[in-house]
Design a protein around this ligand. Sequence first.
Ligand SMILES: [Zn+2]
Length: 129
Amino acid sequence: MKLLVATSQTQGERANDFNHCVEGELLWIAPCCDDGESSPDSHCGCGRSFGGLNSHRGTTTALVAELPGFTCSDYAEALRSSLAAQGWPPSAADEVAAGLLAFAFNWEVGAVLERRCDLFVERLVTAPG
Ligand SMILES: [Zn+2]
């Protein structure tokens, strides 16, 4: 199953890159605030970041990874507890999980993605991570 995980690959390609996540942790795409909605380069950074399920921190770079043995219900469960811990409604977990799986399905394993609000773009990896 393909999922998004935190990566430091390509960090620094943009001047406002950041990576506060734990390398390899599961990510989700959180809704952004009004500032983030109006510009991916906003100060808060939410319009250009992915959220770590364990660290509850953000990163601007996400790696599409194949996680063998990991199931949809594992993922929904991980999301449920993370959403609850972060003050989001845990009841949204199944829907969020399905959306993220469908999203990841469209990308090649190994692709590094960046977020520009609702737009997601693959970064070219110039050197092995
Ligand atoms: Zn924001």
